[in-house]
Design a protein around this ligand. Structure first.
Ligand code: GLC
Ligand code: CA
Length: 549
């Protein structure tokens, strides 16, 4: 089928279902809530939705541990509610993509239950190894908790788990498993779903022989399970046997991917096996590899990451653009400022919405939600956060250990969306499944609807401007004043328009260095977060200028 790459014109909204909106008031977000809010999502200018997992799941990793791929969890409203949402989204011109989590399944999945009993054909659906004496099969680490192996008393062997213990890695080298994946893809695509975000898909092919790894001190095994030997081959198989028959899109989560490696999969001139990849580089300007190793924010590092992806994919592959998702703390609290919350939230929106690629907005980002600072570590829900607290940096003081979580935990982006200033932030009438951030009285959708200058209305305006300016889709990207550690400046240019984007990441006034060849007096200021045209930028100021040729 001819693919028209419709995703290049879209702006996506990511829903993390448990915390978006509770429609039936049992405390848990659900699809009834999503249905109520479809017009809200549309009102932002978004025309695509990515759903984090909606499938039945024991919930060890909040839905990323799937026990049935061909159904929708009852707690979210089941299949009937999903079909209604899908139809409602399509009627509004919005695409819907699902999360495909096939590196692993829940240990509650039927396949795993049969595999541990060696019931055919499931025996080799997972990565089972006998172990060496009383030693583990190899020295690889799980990314969430401890070693990557768990001994199973039923089968009397170890199974691999690169994430939580209850998330067993599938054996993708088994052709039967790949057939199952294709069955899942067809099931949802035939129902009308428009594509998939593919969870840690770059981990599905492990190095043959699963050798011990002495390369990496932390997370041993990483280079043996990331971008493994058969990854391209398997993705190609999924592409040829399934995706190529639908007008759909694929977006692959790819930890540590570089533009060069990404192009092996997404280069449009070389039979791509994926459409876009989720890179992590732009998340690493205030940490080392993981959010839990926090360092001071470094704008130059961030700018290098943006520019490298913008220029290296240019003319070849398409960027996925994001600043937040369900795996990282909130950006206002990281690269922005809680003190200048409104200003910095707007600046952060501009910083990435005018780049080349398809932007994604994570629920709550559009109102400038901030991090969550619980006083008691036991309030954290996330499996990874709990492991970090109990097992890493344990010699530090209790305060320091708690602060590590404040900086690093993804639970900060998982508190319920703040809809209004009533009890439970209007998320639910029932006690919510998870804590509401205490700042909901100051930060909520309803108040921002009524405020012309709110972060919410700024997002609407920014997306509108983005869609009206043709240069944003295809124009060339160029960065200026690269050595500045305070301001990010870039231009976009095509044959008809020129755009200049200025973003200050500085909490004080700072000089505006206008790049050569730009005369601000002749440009039209189409977006800004202050009423200021002087040559001194205010804290977290942003401006977007346009010139028609
Ligand atoms: C991805 C998901 C994350 C999940 C992990 C394991 O990184 O985004 O939320 O915990 O994979 O499935
Ligand atoms: Ca509910």
């Amino acid at each position: 089928m001819e693919r028209n790459r419709w995703y290049k014109d879209k702006v996506f909204y990511q829903i993390w279902p448990r915390s978006f909106k509770d429609g039936n008031n049992d405390g848990m977000g659900d699809l009834y809530g999503v249905y109520e809010k479809l017009d809200y999502i549309k009102s932002l200018g978004c025309d695509g939705i990515w759903f984090s997992p909606l499938y039945p799941s024991p919930g060890v990793d909040c839905g990323y541990d799937i026990s049935n791929y061909l159904d929708i969890a009852e707690e979210f409203g089941g299949m009937e509610a999903f079909k209604k949402v899908l139809q409602g989204a399509h009627e509004r011109g919005m695409k819907v993509i699902m999360d495909l989590v096939v590196n692993h399944t829940s240990t509650e999945h039927e396949w795993f239950k049969k595999s541990r009993q060696r019931i055919e054909p499931y025996t080799d659906y997972y990565i089972w190894r006998p172990g060496k004496g009383n030693k583990l099969p190899n020295n690889w680490d799980s990314l969430f908790e401890g070693k990557a192996w768990k001994y199973d008393e039923v089968r009397k062997e170890y199974y691999m788990h690169l994430f939580a213990i209850e998330q067993a890695d599938l054996n993708m080298d088994n052709p039967l498993v790949r057939e199952e994946v294709k069955k899942i893809l067809k099931f949802w695509l035939d129902m009308g779903v428009d594509g998939f975000r593919e969870d840690v898909i770059t981990f599905i092919s492990k190095k043959e022989g699963l050798p011990n790894d002495y390369i990496m001190p932390a997370s041993k095994g990483f280079f043996y399970f990331n971008h493994g030997p058969h990854l391209h081959e398997y993705l190609k198989e999924f592409q040829e046997d399934v995706f190529s028959k639908y007008d759909c899109m694929t977006l692959a989560e790819a930890p540590m991917v570089t533009p060069k490696v990404a192009l092996k999969y997404i280069d449009e001139n070389k039979s791509p096996v994926l459409d876009m990849m989720i890179q992590f580089k732009t998340q690493e300007a205030d940490c080392l590899f993981t959010d839990f190793f926090h360092v001071k924010f470094n704008l130059r590092k961030l700018k290098r990451a943006y520019s490298s992806w913008q220029t290296k994919l240019d003319g070849k592959g398409w960027n996925m653009l994001y600043i937040e998702n369900h795996d990282h703390p909130r950006m206002v609290s990281r690269y922005g400022s809680e003190k200048y919350r409104v200003e910095s939230a707007k600046m952060l929106a501009v910083s990435y919405l005018f780049l080349k690629g398809t932007p994604f907005i994570y629920q709550g980002q559009e109102i400038g939600m901030t991090n969550w600072y619980p006083e008691d570590p036991s309030m954290y829900e996330d499996v990874q956060t709990r492991w970090q607290y109990n097992n890493v940096a344990t010699k530090k003081s209790p305060e320091k250990r708690l602060q590590r979580l404040w900086h690093g935990s993804r639970d900060s982006s998982r508190t319920p969306v703040q809809w209004d200033n009533t009890k439970h932030a209007g998320f639910s009438e029932h006690e919510p499944w998870f804590y509401v951030n205490e700042n909901y009285k100051e930060i909520n959708v309803k108040d921002q609807e009524n405020d012309k200058e709110s972060v919410l209305n700024f997002y609407r305006k920014a997306i509108k401007v983005r869609k009206e300016l043709s240069v944003v889709k295809d124009g060339n990207y160029k960065e200026y004043n690269k050595s500045s550690s305070k301001v990010y400046t870039y231009s976009r240019e095509d044959s008809k328009q020129k755009l200049l984007v200025i973003c200050s990441y500085y909490d004080k006034a700072t000089k505006l260095n206008i790049p050569k060849g730009f005369d601000l007096k002749t440009g039209k200021l189409v977006l800004s977060n202050y009423d200021n045209s002087s040559l001194v930028l205010k804290p977290y100021e942003t401006r977007v200028y346009v010139w028609e040729k």
